[in-house]
Write a protein that binds this ligand. Sequence first.
Ligand SMILES: Nc1nc2c(c(CN[C@H]3C=C[C@H](O)[C@@H]3O)cn2[C@@H]2O[C@H](COP(=O)(O)O)[C@@H](O)[C@H]2O)c(=O)[nH]1
Length: 341
Amino acid sequence: MDGPLPPRESAKFIAENSRDVFIDGGGVRRVAKLLLAKASGPELCLGGWKALHELNPRAADEAAVNWVFVTDTLNFSFWSEHEEHKCLVGYKGKTYSGYWSLCAAVNRALDEGIPITSASYYASVTLDQVQHIFRSDTDVPMPLIKERHRILNETGKILLEKFEGSFLNCVRKSERSAQKLMQLVVENFPSYRDVTQYEGKPISFYKRAQILVADTWSVLEGKGDGRFPDISSITMFADYRLPQLLVHLGALKYSEGLLEKLRRGEMLSYGNRQEVEIRGCSLWCVELIRDCLLELIEKKGEKTSGEINSILLDYYLWDYARDHREDMKGIPFHHTRCIYY
Ligand SMILES: Nc1nc2c(c(CN[C@H]3C=C[C@H](O)[C@@H]3O)cn2[C@@H]2O[C@H](COP(=O)(O)O)[C@@H](O)[C@H]2O)c(=O)[nH]1
């Protein structure tokens, strides 16, 4: 049986058949205009990954690549049932929540002399050690801590067996193809296989595999082993934050029935039709926003610092969502508890 549809094709198929989630053309154009104003700024360029985020590695070496790998291996499911009651990690005088609490915990461990980014360590790290490394400053632990422990052991063992313990060797095997690197990751590391079905068709989002390729490109600053000529074939990452933002910005619309369900905080299981429509339509929506933005840039003759692709749009929109959490309070995000996003 041939494999699932790739993410971009999966998203197009879902958007064409979706029954509870819809893309709003006017909203797409409005978001593209919002982004046009940023086209030549620091946010919509590769350097922003380091310049705007103090927890991300400064270096572009093997250790930095292995930092990205372990972080993206655990980059999932930070939302808490009660927004005011969540896992927080204090690091160097600042308090971090959500995805950034993961990065803060990784950096805190490294400062404490715990080699959390080394496969030889996390291949056999114990549950107790993982609970210590990712400890929260509140009484709310990081979600799915047992799954995180299992995935660390599984992933560390594979990295040791197949790639001499360094993700940089996996990157080099891709021969500078972003698509090949994504395939190598999903073929070799089971926890990255973000695949399901829609209307009976096997589809894929590969959210963590795509963000891993994107973050590898970013940490290597698009140079050397990180110079992927096909990097722009990577799509936005289908998480739970961007759909909420796209609805807030009017580019995405939910049916009344779905909105009601989300307002009640009802869980959607991974692979559920409405959950797949939320992820697929969000992904396709960002592709349309990118097309519209590139047209506007062309028409206005805007100068940009390098090619604008779905990765940079995604990074910007995700950061925007973090900075506008208050404004978005009225828009529920969908609650799916899983290891894929
Ligand atoms: N679409 C998209 N989803 C992203 C990211 C990131 C982190 N990337 C940053 C790192 C460097 C770049 O400059 C980015 O700023 C995490 N996530 C997902 O969000 C969720 C966590 O959200 P919250 O609970 O609010 O922290 C969870 O599913 C996580 O997997 C992204 O960039 N895009």
